[in-house]
Design a protein around this ligand. Sequence first.
Ligand SMILES: Nc1ncnc2c1ncn2[C@@H]1O[C@H](COP(=O)(O)OP(=O)(O)OP(=O)(O)O)[C@@H](O)[C@H]1O
Ligand SMILES: O=P(O)(O)OC[C@H]1O[C@](O)(CO)[C@@H](O)[C@@H]1O
Length: 338
Amino acid sequence: MPQNKKPVKQRLAIITSGGDAPGMNASIRAITLKALQNGYDVIGFIAGFHGLINAEFIQLDLKSVDNIIHKGGTILKTARCKDMFNEQGVKKASCTLNNLDIESLIVIGGDGSFKGAQALSEYWHGQIIGIPGTIDNDINGTDQTIGFWTAIDTALDCIDKIRDTADAFDRIFVIEVMGRDCGFIAMESGIASGAQQIICHELISDEADFIQQLLISIKKASKQSYPQSYVIVVAENALSFSTAELAKKISEYTQVDTRSAILGYVQRGGAPVAMDRVLATQLGIKAVEAINKQKRNLMIGMSKGEIITFPLSQTGLKNKTNKDLIKRLEQFSFNLTI
Ligand SMILES: Nc1ncnc2c1ncn2[C@@H]1O[C@H](COP(=O)(O)OP(=O)(O)OP(=O)(O)O)[C@@H](O)[C@H]1O
Ligand SMILES: O=P(O)(O)OC[C@H]1O[C@](O)(CO)[C@@H](O)[C@@H]1O
């Protein structure tokens, strides 16, 4: 009977999970190159936790990560895997790791993926390291997540184009960007595009009052000759009603032609900008170094320009967005009357 031979080399596995983010491939490349250099056997599970549960994986070698640093999406595919929310699924994922003699797992994903990683750590006792990869930048403990800056540049490119047509028609535009429940993409793309208003839920305490003030200030601006085009960037889920409804309210109140646009999934695609490639590469290398040092249950992140480690168990805390976004808005508010 053939025996399942334990591989001589230490086996390291990678998954990408949750929403794909530009730069995930750059991270897979960096991990693979560093791990191969350090003598590991490297595999990648397909479609996040789904691949772990179903033992679907590929071998990662020099050839598989060649020419991927500039590509959006993820060569390992990704998924939102419901089976991880029940014990049976987590146990199956743990069995796969044991059966394949895997000793370390690197999870590239968002805070949800890190929750999945923690659930796994209750049954599987190998080393788990997280790398923050999500366009939303909503992970506690890191200033940056892989994909964030690319998503902003993509949103910015779209907002600039919409600004051209808004200007040509003297229209008001309400533009919705992604971020799930977090306003960072709205804030940065709004600042960079010179938006007249930025709306994210972190800045709203009383929605009815906020909308009333917003309408008054837009109407006041519409009575002046400047600005002729008026752009409002709104984060998805910031309001209890749709972006189209907000445009309608503004149009009715100000009598200025108002349109809405939802930028959507375009923000998740495309070649990663330099910043995301560099970050992804740095985090990938440090993740392998952490494994070499026998570390576990940590995220590798970036804080104040330094690469840091942070407990995975604290990555889901929602304690950074409000104060950071309010500070950011204060830094850029001009409040001009011309
Ligand atoms: N509480 C949890 N317990 C177990 N697994 C979880 C948990 N939360 C999330 N996961 C797993 O992680 C996957 C990805 O999580 P989620 O959909 O929240 O995306 P994410 O990693 O936060 O990325 P993004 O921010 O890009 O959406 C889930 O589909 C699920 O498989
Ligand atoms: O691809 P899905 O499952 O529709 O998820 C969309 C969500 O994913 C993200 O793009 C990244 O988390 C969010 O900004 C958005 O709310």
